[in-house]
Design a protein around this ligand. Structure first.
Ligand SMILES: [Zn+2]
Length: 1010
């Protein structure tokens, strides 16, 4: 053979590698982005564009980036990259939460280890800052490695002095509006951490408590006259508690007015006793306590009968009375009587303060029994109890044991058992918290503002008038008067009701259950305890006068903010009270003079919750156009895990409403958690239980960031995400499919210049028009899914399209024309035009998710409009096909896949033909099927990849059903096999120069030589 025709084929070639090698190639691309200052370039190119602001919830500056935090950052980055691609200006300012206990703990531990025991607060704080900054650097590198683009050199840090100053200015506004008060109330207290805790710092865990039934002797003499004769001799109120250590603080007993009570008579070694209990629970009590010869007395009495009944404390010289506690005394468990210690529980506090009892809490900061000034010492616990600790070790505490000992000694303990329940624990030390009353600063959640009363009244009126006429009439008929209803509700117009209104009508929650979750959290929350007895935080700029009264004033807080902005918040810990007072005292101050400063810091949730003021309102690049209708600083999206309805979403909302007058966000997205194969949350504390560290780094080093990103996108993040090697490996296969498709497209564009060779839409071949039509449909679906934040739909649609339409149909069919047609033939250029459109479009669709791979592929696209895909503006390409054209192609593809390919396969197996090019097909069709194909003989032949195809008319009477409307008959093709294209043709041998080639190949070869 004279000519090696193989060299005349247009075989694919590209430098885009088949093997991804992400682990080593991604860092090179990061370096490239860094060198090119890609983030800044993108921002500069979007200065005039509409804004899209996703505000970053700050992770804690401690430890390596956990795989769950990686999920959060990747989701945010997908959104930002998508919005940027769509032409928006979408800056990303990452943040870090820097203050708080976990860091202070670690640092104090390290300082103790190195022997510096008596460090000053200022020294501890300096060490904490060094520690936080170290982890900010570590995490920054790890976040960047995930492909997350942002202003990493100018993040917001809650420890920055500018941030602290703005946080205090927001706080000053809230103080000025009257939201902040000092009160002695039971707060969550962590004994090991020696601090009060907020709602969000409390976790619920299963716990075994000591449940006890305790007898309180009834003092008939001192009880109201009218009930004295109801009380038998030697009678006791039987109370129930699961915290025996609170009994020294008992000041009252609560009953339920609506329950029925009776006496149980029973025999003891000391004679007959009578126990007053709930009738509903009497039988259970007899059984549990194993009472001897027990009888339930009749008559029964309603609970209110026993109001003001007097009893004696079982081991302290003190008397107490019975009060109604209808909303918390139930007949489900216990005895129908609840012991009340106003200093140790919220309900107890409520009842105690409503009847004028002292808020007595005989426990010190270390969680040990102590005398307090609220009662004379002789009315407090026995001296031997003082100093006993409440903190449990191995399920027991000295304080509980001491109380139980006293009760046994006095025969007051009727029954004791283990009680399993869910109990609040400290998020940091993981120990059970206690409720302990102490002076703290609070934000009053129901504090009202006049403008809110107005706003909410207007909204309520609008709501009523939006109801259908019939419902309005019902309201009218019921005589409901809105104004009367409003004035009867003493929380209307308060922060809580304002927040609920914002949750319902100003913010979009995705998924929609987020709305109920945060509404429930806001509706049920107590006042916000905002003071912490810790060192590593933003100081509360309060003072005390000579009488010990606290001074908290908005102007003082503002002056302190200015001072801190200049010098940093360490100044508060370094200077004396006198020095500070002289620096921040307002010129026109007429109040008391300060003699001491507050040593409390603000709850860290105030830090991160103030970012609306310190970041959204401050950073110029985050301001929306005034025309948007909302406040220019409001963020479009907050996106965090579902635990933030109690945490950051809520603290941000409450602070922004109170301090800025509007919600900080328009849309709140929530994602689930990373869970392991047992569907348990993967947490830092469970780390030891896993084979490898559950850090972002461990996954990136094994799979590459793009596979991790694709895996994140593939999961419906609205529920929990299961982390398993099996799932990631499956996603890895999809990744290879995507990469191969991109590579195939690029490898056939090596001689294509879109400016010179592009074919207009209407001149494209039918096959190319078909794939571009399908692609336009896909693009619309993908855009909609991105807009709905449904990335798993993007993943499904894209992977499906690449596997089916592209890989198993289009890429397969076009090989022949791409390789064997003359390089510049209209048919080949048409297909290259389509491939160019496909690969450009795919890179854009993939770029938000496969941040590295899409950018890598983009570089190989001839005539690409921008250096990086992330700079490009994605404008969807409309591709119109007529309905008949669409239907025809739909039929032909289906006919190929469902009918012809299986038949050819059968013939191959029967050895009638080898390759499908050895086949000739006769197709007979009727009706619309005939219409579809009669003008598309060559296109149908190409689609089947056979050498010959003839179309004939099928008699209508034979086409009796759908399946029979097109029939085919396969036979061996006529002619000979062309040496170059392997088609079987009848014109081979006609050209003397190339006697082994078909006519088409002769032309191609001639042009190749020229
Ligand atoms: Zn040929």
């Amino acid at each position: 053979m004279a000519t090696d025709y193989k060299n005349t084929l247009n075989l694919p070639r590209t430098d885009f590698p088949m093997k991804a090698d992400l682990v080593s190639r991604e860092p090179q691309r990061l370096e490239k982005w860094q060198q090119a200052d890609l983030y800044a370039k993108i921002q500069a190119s979007r200065t005039a564009a509409p804004k899209f602001v996703l505000h970053d919830g700050p992770p804690f500056a401690n430890g390596d980036v956990h795989v769950g935090t990686a999920l959060n950052k990747i989701l945010k980055d997908i959104i930002i990259k998508y919005q940027t691609l769509r032409g928006k200006s979408a800056p990303y300012i990452p943040g870090w939460d820097c203050h708080g206990l976990p860091i202070e703990f670690k640092v104090s531990q390290e300082m103790r280890k190195s022997g510096s025991d008596a460090s000053s607060p200022a020294d501890i704080r300096k060490a904490c800052e060094v520690y936080a900054r170290k982890y900010i650097d570590i995490q920054r590198t790890q976040f960047k490695r995930l492909g997350v683009l942002g202003d990493w050199e100018n993040p917001y840090l809650t420890l920055n002095k500018e941030y602290e100053a703005d946080e205090l200015r927001l706080f000053a506004d809230i103080v000025a509006k009257g939201f902040v008060y000092r009160g002695k109330k039971p707060v969550y207290w962590s004994i090991p951490c020696r601090t009060a805790l907020a709602e969000a710092e409390v976790e619920y865990h299963d716990h075994v408590s000591q449940s006890v039934f305790v007898k309180f002797w009834i003092d008939v003499e001192n009880s109201p006259k009218e009930i004295r004769n109801l009380i038998p001799q030697n009678a006791f109120v039987l109370i129930w508690t699961t915290t025996p250590w609170t009994l020294p603080a008992n000041l009252a007993v609560a009953f339920n007015s609506n329950l029925i009570y009776c006496f149980i008579q029973h025999e003891t070694e000391r004679g007959i006793e009578h126990l007053l209990v709930s009738t509903d629970l009497a039988q259970k009590i007899i059984e549990k306590a194993g009472l001897k010869n027990a009888k339930i007395s009749s008559p029964n009495y309603p609970g209110y009968t026993f109001a003001f009944l007097c009893y004696e404390h079982p081991f302290i010289k003190r008397k107490g009375q019975l009060f109604a506690g209808d909303n918390f005394v139930t007949k489900d468990t216990g005895t129908g009587f609840v012991h009340i210690a106003p200093g140790h529980g919220l309900e107890d506090y409520g009842l105690g303060s409503s009847v004028g009892l002292p808020i007595y809490s005989p426990v010190d900061d270390d969680g040990k029994f102590a005398y307090m000034g609220d009662l004379p010492v002789e009315q407090q616990m026995p001296a031997e109890m003082i100093g006993k600790s409440i903190l449990e070790k191995h399920g027991k505490s000295d304080a509980n044991e001491a109380v139980l000992h006293e009760l046994r000694l006095r025969h007051a303990l009727l029954h004791q058992e283990n009680y399993h329940h869910s109990y609040p624990h400290c998020w940091r030390s993981k120990t059970p918290i206690i409720f302990r009353a102490m002076d703290q600063w609070f934000i009053e959640i129901d504090h009202k503002l006049p403008e809110w009363i107005e706003l909410l009244r207007t909204r309520a009126k609008e709501f009523v008038s939006s109801l259908p006429k019939s419902k309005q009439e019902v309201i009218g008929a019921l005589g409901i008067d809105l104004d009367a209803a409003v004035s009867a509700d003493d929380t209307f117009g308060g922060l809580r009701s304002r927040a609920v209104s914002a949750i319902e009508s100003e913010v979009h929650w995705i998924p929609d259950w987020g709305q109920n979750r945060i509404k429930g959290a806001v509706q049920s929350r107590p006042d916000w305890c905002i003071s912490r007895q810790r060192t590593w935080g933003v100081p509360i700029p309060a003072f005390y006068d000579a009488k010990g009264e606290a001074i908290l004033d908005a102007q003082i807080v503002r002056n302190a903010a200015d001072l801190i902005e200049k010098h940093g918040s360490n100044i508060w810990f370094e200077k004396s009270a006198t020095e500070l007072w002289s620096l921040v005292k307002p010129a026109n101050w007429i109040g008391a003079e300060a003699v001491a400063k507050s040593n409390d810091t603000l709850d860290v949730w105030i830090d991160s919750g103030s970012s609306s003021r310190a970041v959204l309102k401050q950073r110029k690049e985050l301001q929306h156009d005034k025309k948007s209708g909302d406040e220019v600083w409001q963020a479009d999206v907050y996106l965090e895990g579902s635990d933030q309805h109690r945490g950051w979403f809520q603290s941000s909302l409450l602070l922004s409403l109170a301090g800025n007058g509007a919600a900080p966000f328009k849309t709140v997205l929530t994602h689930g958690f990373m869970v392991d194969a047992d569907r348990e949350k993967i947490s830092k504390s469970k780390q030891g239980a896993y084979e490898k560290p559950q850090t972002a780094e461990a996954y990136v080093k094994k799979y590459g960031a793009d596979v991790v990103r694709l895996w994140v996108a593939s999961q419906d993040y609205r529920s929990d995400i299961v982390v398993s090697e099996e799932r990631i490996n499956k996603v890895g296969e999809t990744y290879r499919g995507i990469r191969n498709a991109l590579r195939y497209q690029l490898s056939n564009l090596y001689d294509f210049d879109p400016a010179k060779h592009s074919v207009p839409d209407e001149k494209l071949t039918g096959l190319d028009r078909w794939i571009l039509g399908e692609f336009a449909k896909l693009e619309a679906e993908v855009l909609a899914a991105y807009d709905q934040y449904e990335f798993h739909v993007v993943y499904q649609k894209l992977s499906q399209f690449i596997a089916v339409e592209l890989s198993s149909v289009y890429h397969d069919v076009i090989k022949d024309r791409l390789y064997t047609d003359a390089a510049n033939s209209p048919r080949r250029r048409s297909t290259q035009t389509a491939l160019h459109g496909l690969v450009s479009g795919l890179c854009q669709m993939l770029a938000p998710i496969l941040a590295f791979t899409a950018d890598e592929a983009w570089e190989f696209i001839p005539g690409k409009p921008t250096e990086s895909v992330h700079q490009n503006e994605w404008k969807p390409k409309l591709f119109e096909m007529t309905k008949p054209e669409q239907e025809a192609w739909h039929f032909m593809i289906k006919y190929r896949n469902d009918s012809i390919l299986p038949q050819l396969e059968q013939f191959r197996q029967m050895k009638i033909i080898g390759k499908s090019l050895e086949a000739s097909i006769d197709v007979k069709a009727a009706g619309d099927y005939l219409e579809y194909i009669k003008t598309r003989t060559e296109e149908l032949r190409e689609l089947m990849n056979v050498s010959q195809l003839n179309i004939g008319i099928l008699e209508e009477r034979l086409a009796w059903n759908e399946a029979g409307k097109a029939v085919s008959n396969i036979s061996k093709a006529d002619g000979q096999k062309c040496e170059r294209c392997w088609h079987w043709e009848t014109d081979i041998g006609q050209n003397t120069e190339h006697p082994t080639l078909c006519g088409r190949c002769v032309e191609a070869v001639k042009q190749f030589k020229a």
